[in-house]
Design a protein around this ligand. Structure first.
Ligand code: SAM
Length: 277
């Protein structure tokens, strides 16, 4: 469903040109100007009428337009104030877009969500994608779902499991808190300007049994130590946190390496560590 007014907007290229805007590297700007791609991302986000979406980094507003076309209400937070006039034109074409100018790393999502549930959807700026994800997964506010574009290599770290090359600390934290799927590959040439590497969209659904904050803190401490020295056996990398006794208490093999331990294994280590403190 198209909101009244959205259809009559100039193309994204025309809007950028009319406002004399170009991509700035410092803000991690790589734009998606092809509405077929942004519409596909909006479909993969599975949002629609009655949903509230928080979008980080609308930039020229291609993904924002696609999200609005689904009938969803969108609150978009953008750091680069050069985009205010262009995004203002988009906001004038619908009553479902709220614009906020500021740094998403410092924003209060509960306030942006206005006390209700909200879905996060973003073609993330590469330079702050991972810290934003950690903030959303470990902070006090839980999104209804997250549909996010990352560099392909980061998407692999998010979705790969034990024994796979990219499995590590990020994957454990993400998969302990959400069900994570890589849902779309996007080649570098799809962006203006093209980044050096390809990208992928991941969709994350928070788990009902996600660890409580204290358990998550313990999981972060355990994974930091275990993957800090990923080639070492756990009994060496976890020495300062309890070593062999801790690992046996968690029902694991002290000679195993972090890269083969399952999410449940890491949770057992986190629980054993908390029980001893
Ligand atoms: N959504 C647009 C698209 O798909 O064409 C732009 C995506 S571009 C990869 C990332 C956007 O995030 C840019 O508009 C950039 O200015 C914005 N951005 C960068 N850092 C930010 C931050 N800390 N908080 C909010 N927005 C940020």
């Amino acid at each position: 469903m198209s909101a009244p007014g959205l259809d009559s907007l100039p193309t994204l290229r025309e809007s950028l040109e009319a406002h004399g805007l170009w991509a700035k590297k410092a803000f991690g700007q790589h734009f998606l100007l092809d509405l077929n791609i942004t519409r596909k991302i909006a479909r993969l986000a599975r949002v629609g009428e009655g949903d509230h979406v928080i979008e980080v980094g609308p930039g020229p507003g291609g993904l924002t337009r696609a999200l609005l076309e689904t009938g969803a209400r969108v609150t978009a937070i953008e750091k680069d104030e050069r985009f205010a006039p262009l995004l203002g034109e988009l906001a004038a074409a619908t009553d479902r877009l709220t614009l906020v100018f500021g740094d998403a790393l410092k924003s209060d999502e509960a306030a942006l969500a206005d006390g209700g549930p909200a879905h996060l959807v973003s073609n993330l700026p590469y330079n702050v994608g991972t810290p934003l994800l950690i903030k959303w997964l470990t902070g006090p506010w839980t999104p209804a779902s997250l549909t996010l574009m990352f560099q392909r290599e980061v998407a692999d770290r998010i979705t790969e499991g034990p024994g796979e090359d990219a499995y590590g600390r990020l994957g454990v934290i993400v998969q302990a808190t959400t069900k994570a799927d890589r849902v779309m590959d996007v080649p570098a040439r799809a962006f203006i300007p093209p980044p050096k590497v390809d990208s992928a969209v991941v969709r994350l659904e928070p788990r009902a049994d996600r660890p409580a904050p204290e358990r998550l803190d313990a999981l972060q401490a355990i994974t930091a130590a275990a993957f800090g020295q990923r080639r070492k056996m756990l009994r060496a990398s976890l020495k300062a946190l309890g070593g062999e006794d801790l690992i046996l208490a968690a029902g694991l093999d002290p000679q195993a390496r972090a890269e083969v331990i399952s999410i449940d294994g890491f949770l057992a280590l986190a629980d054993a560590w908390r029980a001893r403190r």
